[in-house]
Every structure is written in C-alpha cells, then in structure tokens.
Design a protein around this ligand. Structure first.
Ligand code: ADP
Ligand code: ADP
Length: 233
C-alpha cells in the first residue's frame, strides 16, 4: 500500500517572489493490487504527484509511505527496482530489438540470460505480441500500439510490485487505445500490481480505475470508486 500524507511540492516564482504550489496538502492511499487513476485537467499536479512517488521529483513537504516504510528516508535508487514507470513517450531503444528492449532491466540486474529470455517471451505473449513474430523486430517496425505494449512489457520485466503510469495510452488512436487498455486490464487481473495511473481522460479513469482521485489546483477534490464519482448526490 502506498500512502501519501500531506504531500506538498512548492516552487518559488522568481518574478513575484511568492511560492507556488504544484501539489498541496495531498493525503491519499493507493490500495495494493488496484489501479488508482489520478484524474484532472492539465496543470493540476498529476505528473508532479506521480514523480514524487519514485523521487524523480523531491517533495517540499509531507510523507510518502510504501508498506509503512518512509520512502523519503532511503536512497532514490533503491526505489527504482520496486517501482516500474511507464510514460506516454515510452522511448524504446531504437537500435535494440523488442526482446532486448524488454530484457533491459533484468540484464542490468545481471539475471541469468536463459531465464530472462523465457520471461521476456512470456511477457510479450501477455501483452498480445506473438514472440515468434515480434521478438526480433526493431522499434521502427512497430505501430504505436505495438510499441506501447512493448513499453508495458519492459516495465513488467523487472516484476515491480508497483507501477506508475503517466498517460500510458495517451499517444494511441482510439481503436488501438481500446485494444491496449483491454489487454492491460486482462494482465492486471492476473498480476494484481499496485498501479497509479495519471490521465486527463475521464472515460479512461472510469474504465481503468478501481479508484479515482480527482485533483484540482494541486489539491484533492474527490476520491472514490468510479460509481461514487459519477453518482450525483
Ligand atoms: P511532461 O508532462 O511532459 O512530463 P513536465 O513534467 O516537464 O512535462 O512539465 C509538466 C508541466 O509543467 C508542463 O505544463 C510544463 O510547461 C510545466 N513546467 C515544467 N517545468 C517548468 C518550469 N521550470 N517552470 C514552469 N513550468 C514548468
Ligand atoms: P499535470 O500533470 O496535472 O498536467 P503537473 O504536475 O505537470 O500537472 O504540473 C502542476 C503545476 O506545476 C503546473 O502549473 C505546472 O506548470 C507547474 N510545474 C511543474 N513543474 C514545474 C517546475 N519544475 N517549476 C515550476 N512549476 C512547475
């Protein structure tokens, strides 16, 4: 379980000399094995929140706990193995094959090649890319949706219990997005990762999220199940 307690990110504005809050007094819990969607318009603090969880951005206040342990007390590098990160521009290595891209983290960790190869093929199957057909392709030979699936497989290859996803389906056309979302929900039903997913798309949040956190101006405006969110009082 990930817990944010009064999390805050403040930036100094050199023009006015006044501080500006990208995220303010944010307290939120992301339950294990569930997808929580961080929803809200551009600039409301979604990406800043997400990046504070894996310490790509350092908070100016508050706490982040993962399974009760204080994330901000340890070394940021220690987090990277436990937390996968998927972004819209997935940045596959163009000179590596699909298989080599997915194997990046296990290779870096020095895991046995044979075992990694087996796992990579399993993951490609899981994201709906037939290994025999795709393992040896290069990123330039893939469609946007296929590349995005490789990005998901690569994030899963390190087998992190936590996955942070920033607009993971944002770059896809509507048809490909439907497919990749379905494939992803299918995987999640089996893997039960703890997922925080940033989106500005309310349909995506309601479809993918077990819980939805609505942000407005860096603060939590609403939090609940998709049903809670759309039900009018
Ligand atoms: P992305 O969402 O592509 O990861 P960033 O996290 O770099 O992009 O930026 C997110 C938002 O914050 C954007 O709207 C950007 O214009 C704004 N932003 C980024 N850096 C600064 C900065 N130094 N000063 C003001 N606004 C910034
Ligand atoms: P979102 O992901 O919801 O689009 P962000 O978290 O990227 O929003 O940004 C929240 C606010 O913080 C925005 O107003 C953005 O311009 C501002 N911001 C983001 N990064 C910086 C930065 N490095 N310096 C100053 N302001 C920033």
């Amino acid at each position: 379980m990930i817990e944010l307690r009064n999390l805050e990110k403040r930036y100094a504005n050199p023009q006015t000399g006044q501080d500006f809050y990208a995220v303010r007094d944010l307290s939120l819990t992301f339950p294990d094995g569930q997808i929580t969607a961080l929803l809200g318009p551009s600039g409301c603090g979604k990406t800043t929140t997400l990046r504070m969880i894996n310490r790509l951005i350092e908070p100016t206040g508050g706490q982040i706990l993962i399974d009760g342990a204080d994330v901000l007390a340890g070394r940021p590098e220690a987090l990277r193995r436990r937390i996968g990160y998927v972004i819209q521009q997935i940045g596959l290595f163009p000179h590596l094959t699909v298989e080599q891209n997915v194997a990046t983290v296990p290779d870096l960790l020095g895991q046995p090649k044979g075992k990694t190869r087996e796992r990579v093929r399993e993951l490609l199957g899981l994201v709906g890319l037939e290994p025999a057909q795709f393992a040896h392709k290069r990123p330039a030979e893939l469609s946007g949706g296929q590349a995005q699936r490789v990005g998901v497989a690569r994030a899963l290859a390190a087998d992190p219990p936590v996955l942070l996803m920033d607009e993971p389906f944002g770059a896809l056309d509507p048809l490909a997005r439907d497919h990749v979302q379905d494939a992803f929900l299918d995987i999640q039903r089996r893997l039960k990762k703890t997922i925080v997913m940033v989106t500005h798309d309310i349909d995506e949040a309601l479809r993918m999220g077990d819980r939805v956190a609505l942000l407005r101006g860096g603060e939590l405006a609403q939090f609940g199940t998709p049903d809670d969110l759309v039900r009018r009082p």
